[in-house]
Design a protein around this ligand. Structure first.
Ligand code: AMP
Length: 194
């Protein structure tokens, strides 16, 4: 299997790039943000629990996202049809990373590489506000919520890259520039593994 984490701050292009890479490498794209938005719009109990954190630009508690990911990973492994996973927006804390590693090792697989997109804060805010014009996401429209998401990233998520760096599993990729060019840089990082 080939398991990739597409890592980076909010607005760094993880979703866009994961969508492009998944078909090329036959990977299942798992985005916790997309899953949580689906739960929210279906009005499930989990969605209702997640809503207040998401609307404030805070992280949803670890146990909620870890449980949600475990269910999806097992669904895919049982059904088959993919060569691995591309995780997008997960893990977002070191506790989530440790839980993911444990979950994968129990299933006799592991994270191969973390591809980390680098984008400056002002560019992130600009991109998210632009996306907010069409995304229908309340958390993309309010600059103070967007800045809080960046703060959460710096305070809780950036450490995930250090966690994987101790296993020599992090490749940094420039996330500003043309979308095609960034896809090729990420694909080269994956090609190097296969
Ligand atoms: P995203 O679409 O990845 O930007 O996620 C949108 C929001 O969903 C985030 O601001 C968090 O509130 C929540 N979220 C998504 N993934 C996670 C995660 N792995 N851990 C905690 N909260 C998450």
């Amino acid at each position: 299997m080939l398991n990739i984490i597409l890592f980076g701050p909010p607005g760094s292009g993880k979703g866009t790039q994961a969508t492009r890479l998944k078909d090329r490498f036959c990977l299942k794209h798992l985005s916790t943000g997309d899953m949580l938005r689906e739960e929210k719009s279906n009005g499930t109990e989990l969605g209702l629990e997640a809503k207040r954190f998401m609307d404030a630009g805070e992280l949803v508690p670890d146990h909620v996202v870890i449980g949600m990911i475990a269910v999806r990973v097992d669904e895919v492994l049982n059904k088959g049809g993919f060569d691995g996973f591309i995780f997008d927006g997960f893990p977002r804390t070191v506790a989530q990373a440790e839980a993911l590693d444990k979950m994968l090792s129990e299933r006799e697989t592991a994270i191969d590489q973390v591809l980390a997109l680098k984008v400056g804060e002002e560019e992130l805010v600009k991109r998210i506000l632009l996306r907010g014009e069409t995304s229908g996401r309340a958390d993309d429209r309010d600059e103070s919520i967007i800045r809080n998401r960046v703060v959460q990233y710096e305070e809780k998520t950036a450490a995930v890259a250090n966690y994987y760096a101790q296993f020599d599993k992090v490749t940094y990729v420039e996330g500003e520039g043309g979308i095609d060019e960034i896809t090729e840089a990420l694909a080269a990082g994956i090609d190097a593994l296969v």
